[in-house]
Design a protein around this ligand. Structure first.
Ligand SMILES: [Zn+2]
Length: 381
């Protein structure tokens, strides 16, 4: 089982404790895009080994066209049903070969051989499996990626964000270098998963050798009551308690902008929410952002977030307009997780001209330049 100690030790890290540090010193801010590339399944029904349909993969090009327009190379973290069926991997192979995207691994244990475990909610988090089974499943997925796509993946994202105490060791043994699993500020412990409620959004190293670099999926509490993550989390938990359900407190807190839980994703979040999250975290010094969504959202009816063609248009519009916001109005840049070592640092970008990010690296200076240049006109500022 995942131990709370493991994750509390992760969340203890502040940027100052990161042995790498470089990603947090980059200037201007950097955006990574991660697509959980997986089968369609009914998220409200019990998990089913037979749910392996990947028809939504035919819609990948819709999002890829937007990425291409902005020079974004997304990471498609692929799971076993996608990479073991031609309808899944065939659309990805040219994207990888043409270097328009990169490929990582995404482990959904219930549809990933070997099938030795009982299907339970707790076992849907791969980090809860016994070490040998978590490793065998990831090894099978790795071999299948090599077979279908001709590459050896070095980027991993656990299904259901479910990294566990053995995951860093397994990643190292199988040649992985980067993990994308943490999901602050979400807490999955009520169904046996990890608790990221206090986890940082900053990149950090993990594992005994500090040799796995971990980039969280960006998310946080924002609003006037979000001055402290522990306080914000406790308030949000209390507001969501069944006792207060008739009062619909979380909705009231969000509408009044006192307290909102926002993930950097067009799934269930508006452009305005994603922009306010970004500005909130920029002010706190975050410089590496990770936008995420699930590939089945590109086909109406496959996820709760996109049920109709209108939903899909809204989803794609939010994605495009956020990229405009980050890469044009904000003056950010885009990189893949594999390029973190080549990110410009403060000193290297000090002479950066013509963009609001060109400065001395001070967060307030950066924000001030955004305001002065008129590129960042937002009511929250
Ligand atoms: Zn997944």
């Amino acid at each position: 089982m995942v131990t709370s100690h493991f994750f509390s030790s992760l969340s203890r890290f502040s940027p100052a404790h990161d042995t790498v540090g470089v990603p947090d010193m980059v200037q201007p801010p950097v955006l990574m895009v991660v697509v959980d590339t997986e089968e369609e399944f009914d998220w409200s029904s019990p998990l089913d080994r037979r749910a392996r349909s990947v028809t939504a993969m035919a819609a990948i090009e819709i999002a890829q066209a937007i990425f291409d327009d902005f020079g974004v190379r997304p990471v498609y973290v692929v799971d076993y049903p996608v990479v073991s069926q031609e309808a899944g991997w065939a659309v990805l192979k040219p994207l990888s070969q043409e270097k328009r995207a990169i490929i990582g691994a995404h482990l959904h244990p219930w549809v990933n051989p070997p099938f030795l475990e009982e299907i339970t909610p707790a076992h849907s988090f791969p980090g809860n499996l016994p070490l040998h089974l978590e490793r065998e499943k990831l090894a099978a997925l790795t071999r299948q990626i090599e077979s279908s796509l001709g590459i050896q993946p070095v980027i991993y994202k656990a299904g259901r964000y479910g990294i566990g105490p053995n995951t860093p060791t397994i990643l190292r043994q199988l040649g992985y270098m980067i993990d994308l699993s943490p999901a602050p500020p979400y807490d999955f412990s009520s169904c046996g998963g990890p608790d990221f409620s206090l986890a940082s959004n900053h990149p950090r190293t993990m594992g005994s050798g500090d040799d796995i670099l971990s980039f969280p999926a960006t998310g946080d509490y924002i609003g006037q009551l979000a001055f402290s993550r522990p306080v914000a989390h406790r308030l949000h938990q209390a507001a969501a308690h069944p006792f207060f359900r008739p009062l619909r407190l979380p909705g009231i807190l969000a509408r009044t902008r006192l307290l909102e839980r926002v993930r950097l994703s067009p799934e269930g979040f508006t452009l305005d929410e994603m922009e306010r999250l970004t500005l909130f975290l920029l002010r706190q010094g975050l410089r590496v952002f990770s936008l995420t969504f699930h590939s089945p959202s590109l086909q109406p009816g496959c996820t709760p977030y996109v049920q109709s063609r209108q939903d899909l248009q809204r989803f794609l519009s939010t994605l495009r307009r956020y990229l405009e916001f980050f890469l044009q109005r904000l003056g950010g840049i885009t990189r893949t997780p594999l390029e973190w070592q080549s990110l410009p640092t403060h000193a290297e970008s000090a002479g950066h001209q013509g963009r609001p990010g060109g400065g001395d690296g001070n967060v307030d200076t950066f924000m001030q330049k955004c305001l002065e240049s008129g590129t960042l006109d937002h009511p929250s500022l």
